[in-house]
Design a binder for this molecule. Sequence first.
Ligand SMILES: [Fe+2]
Length: 297
Amino acid sequence: MFDEGQLYAPVTADEDGKVTVHLADDHPGAHDAEYRRRRSQIAAPALAWQPGDPVPRVQYTESENQIWETVCRELAPKHARLAIRGYLEGKEALALPTDHVPQLDEVSAGLGPLSGFRLHPAAGLVPLDVFYGSLADGVFHSTQYLRHSSQPLYTPEPDILHEVVGHCNLLANPAIAEVKRRAGEAARRCETPEGLQYVADVFWFTIEFGVMYEEGELRAYGAGLLSSYGEIEEFRGADIRPVDFDQMATLAYDISHYQPILFACDGMSELTDRVAGFFADFDDDRAARLARNAAHA
Ligand SMILES: [Fe+2]
């Protein structure tokens, strides 16, 4: 089981409204005062944002645009070689800029006609029920900050490169966007933390770290793989298993390392029919049944 909260640096606001992003000591930017200041500067408007407000725009610096450009350039040939066709089609249709960081509302304007999805700003961690539940409304929560410039090809947290290059290119594919909507509807139906965690775990092993056989070749569709310079080269060496939802929900996994076990869909239809169907049928009873079976095993 994973706790997505561990992925994001906590963001707090004090009584005077001063916003602070608390980076872990081993974060590449932890000892860079300017980076810490910048992170808080970007987080503050997102934290104050309410639905209906205009989405905060960030004036990205030369160095931030450079990080975006470097990562896009380095990932492009890897995507061509290792991503599923449906991702590459979404990427081509969305046609994100590669030389500067796009604004969230620009990405939303591109996604709207393709799949109806739009982005809401996130300062950091969004509560699980809100994050997953809002997918049912075609809303994806995206952070706006970038990783530290000392390590452009590594990030301990999901930054805007992960959200936009990983998730939004997937959301530009209407069939995959539908799977995310079904996951959101499943999360909305849950009334127990166990149910919600089950949805989050299946989401993790599909939308975040899913792989797929296409014409006999193993390719990636998970946003976590497609936005990771290192992990995208490693997934073919993982222990690849057929899709098994109960197994996804019971496997212990470590979010801070490359995933040693991955689940492969056999072609796009297993994702758009079987995984989407699982989310469409999911309710708390399924999680309760799993817990009962585990207790009797
Ligand atoms: Fe993600």
